[in-house]
Write a protein that binds this ligand. Structure first.
Ligand code: MRU
Length: 350
């Protein structure tokens, strides 16, 4: 649980703003503008969603992705539906079904639903969606400081998937810790796994880091064990899509194997996620639904088939890391070291 390590304040030696320039989810007053993450890094193309169905498609088809970002986008979808006089019950259930694993989506929609039940109309729902977005940014800044305070001097870190500004309201979760750690001069080396098959690490994390002037090296996912064996990395830092009541954590496929390899090599493993990712109604990771996506995502690379015709593929896009392999869960409420049911209940119990 949050403890003495917070006395160890992180002093920023470089201004944070230089490491935080991207805002991928933007409310325009009557519609939602999204930076299309399918097109990065080749092109910076913006999509204008003018109704909630378009927001649902943008979430389902990964134009917007990352657990906090899809919750925020969905909240704006509900606010837009209210402004247009569309039926809110069907809007809520349509958006809820867009993707199954990241609980931030359900959390944001439940929050909007509560406001509707309390009698909020369009203005109130716009206000709520804005609050969800603003609170996420504040949480990320706070987690950045908490997480960076756990890092020793001259640390090497490895991250997976994309957990940065693109995946959140800004700054990021795991990438927020990396931003804060770099700003504080604590991080000497940043490695990012490419994150097959959708390449969130290669296409998105590397783009964010380059754009914000943070030096990093891309590795093939399969190079992670070799990298950890070399001693270049002291922490693996990842985000989460859902954290169960016992600390088991669903995140991008490949996270679980990183945790196993990290433990074997004495490398620490940090999960960084806002409390909107914590699902105390789900007892353990066994109960988390893992999204299975189209096998074509594996059978094709950059739109071109790379596997022999007729071959099949299995494409789960998340996995569950058992709590026992996690050294620290960092949320905006504080840090849980060596997470388990008791510590989770103490921080997140109803
Ligand atoms: O399929 P994606 O790209 O939405 O998966 C994203 C992840 O797994 C992230 O690590 C997670 O959502 C945390 S983002 C702050």
């Amino acid at each position: 649980m949050s403890g003495s390590r917070f006395g160890d304040n992180v002093e920023m030696t470089r201004p944070l703003e230089t490491h935080d320039s991207i805002r991928a989810v933007q409310w325009q007053g009557d519609h939602l503008r999204l930076l299309d993450q399918r097109r990065l890094p080749d092109e910076e193309v913006w999509i204008d969603c003018t109704d909630a169905a378009q927001v649902m498609l943008a979430i389902r088809d990964l134009a917007v992705r990352g657990a906090p970002a899809i919750g925020i986008a969905a909240a704006w979808g509900v606010a837009m539906a209210a402004k247009q006089g569309a039926p809110l019950d069907t809007t809520l259930s349509m958006l809820r079904a867009a993707r199954p694993t990241a609980v931030n989506l359900m959390w944001a929609l439940d929050r909007m639903k509560k406001r509707i039940a309390a009698g909020a109309v369009a203005d109130g729902l716009v206000h709520e969606a804005q609050a969800i977005q603003d609170e996420d940014l504040l949480a990320n800044r706070r987690m950045g400081e908490f997480g960076a305070s756990l890092l020793g001097a001259h640390s090497g870190v490895l991250t997976h998937c994309n957990t940065g500004s693109l995946a959140t309201s800004g700054y990021g979760t795991a990438l927020g810790v990396i931003r804060a750690g770099v700003a504080a001069g604590r991080i000497a080396r940043v490695y990012a796994g490419e994150t097959r098959p959708w390449q969130q690490g290669a296409r998105l994390t590397m783009w964010e880091l380059m754009r914000d002037g943070i030096p990093a090296q891309l590795i093939a996912d399969s190079a992670a064990a070799h990298l950890m064996k070399s001693g270049a990395v002291q922490w693996v830092i990842v985000g989460a899509d859902r954290i169960a009541a016992n600390g088991d954590t669903a995140n991008k496929i490949g996270t679980y194997q990183l945790a196993i390899v990290a433990r074997y090599h004495g490398v620490k493993f940090m999960v960084v996620a806002p409390s909107s990712t914590v699902d105390m109604a789900t007892g353990t990771g066994e109960e988390i639904e893992i999204e299975l996506r189209d096998p074509n995502e594996l059978l094709h690379t950059a739109g071109k088939r790379t596997v022999v015709e007729g071959a099949q593929a299995w494409n789960p896009v998340f996995d569950v890391t058992p709590a026992e392999l996690i050294d620290a869960i960092v949320t905006e409420r504080g840090v849980i070291e060596r997470p388990g049911s008791i510590a989770m209940q103490a921080m997140f119990g109803w």
